[in-house]
Design a protein around this ligand. Structure first.
Ligand SMILES: C[S@@+](CC[C@H](N)C(=O)[O-])C[C@H]1O[C@@H](n2cnc3c(N)ncnc32)[C@H](O)[C@@H]1O
Length: 231
């Protein structure tokens, strides 16, 4: 079996872009709050590494479908995915989102407030390993839904820490687990890919979860999500 050897960026297939645009136009339509968040992120020179519009809506639908009321996110950036998650939990739900960079958190706070979901979102600034440990110490869980989208090197650690912050039936979603196919390369020396492989191996071997993963293509290139339900 051949395996992709690199996680380096490649041009995104124009067909993938066109299909994503078709899906947004057909299924989703305009969303001024999310458009505003992306524009504010660009103005603040945040990296454009948010989930896509269709992916964000998928996260919101998963939150609604699972009836999740308490969501934990690791990796806020400018709050694009946070807004989708916060919409999903509804007015009586809550989201705690963890971000290392104070400047990202500041932009996210403004975007989240502008989207009228600020009352249900708490941003915790700091290294997420510390934040998750602190949340466990505070008995802040259990969370019904966890979304991991920060430093991939720590994803297996975040999964382990999530076990103390979830309950049977909680859904955990991990972004960027395919990495242009590099995840399937056992010879990779890319730290993020190694972290991703460690997370996938954790998901495949830990008896506290049932997990799968799917590849995706679109505006974010060739990537994918892992999903796990806590037993
Ligand atoms: C891919 S972006 C998150 C995108 C966001 N989930 C979205 O879709 O809108 C990853 C974020 O994780 C943050 N991050 C990286 N390492 C972190 C850490 N150790 N603890 C907390 N946040 C971290 C980065 O600063 C960045 O803002």
């Amino acid at each position: 079996m051949s395996t992709p050897k690199s996680a380096e960026p490649r041009p995104i297939d124009p067909d993938w872009l066109a299909v994503d645009q078709y899906l947004v136009d057909t299924l989703l339509g305009a969303d001024p709050a999310l458009d505003h968040a992306l524009a504010a992120n660009a103005d603040a020179e945040l990296p454009p590494i948010d989930v896509s519009r269709a992916q964000g809506e998928m996260l919101g639908l998963l939150v609604r479908a699972t009836g999740a009321r308490r969501v934990l996110e690791v990796g806020t950036l400018g709050g694009f995915s946070t807004i989708c998650l916060a919409r999903g939990v509804g007015a009586d739900g809550s989201v705690i989102t963890c971000e290392y960079e104070p400047r990202h958190a500041e932009v996210a706070r403004s975007n989240i407030d502008s989207a009228d979901v600020g009352d249900r979102v708490e941003i915790r600034v700091g290294a997420a390993l510390d934040t998750l440990a602190a949340l466990a110490e505070e008995n802040a869980g259990p969370f019904d839904f966890v979304f991991l989208d920060a430093d991939k090197e720590n994803n297996a650690n975040y999964l382990e820490l999530s076990m103390a912050l979830t309950h049977p039936g909680s859904l955990i979603v991990v972004d960027n687990v395919i990495r242009r196919g590099a995840a399937a390369n056992p010879d990779t020396d890319d730290e993020r890919t190694l972290g991703t492989r460690a997370a996938l191996e954790w998901l495949g071997s830990d008896e506290r979860v049932d997990a799968t993963a799917v590849q995706t293509v679109g505006t974010k290139g060739w990537d994918g999500f892992a999903m796990a339900v806590v037993r």
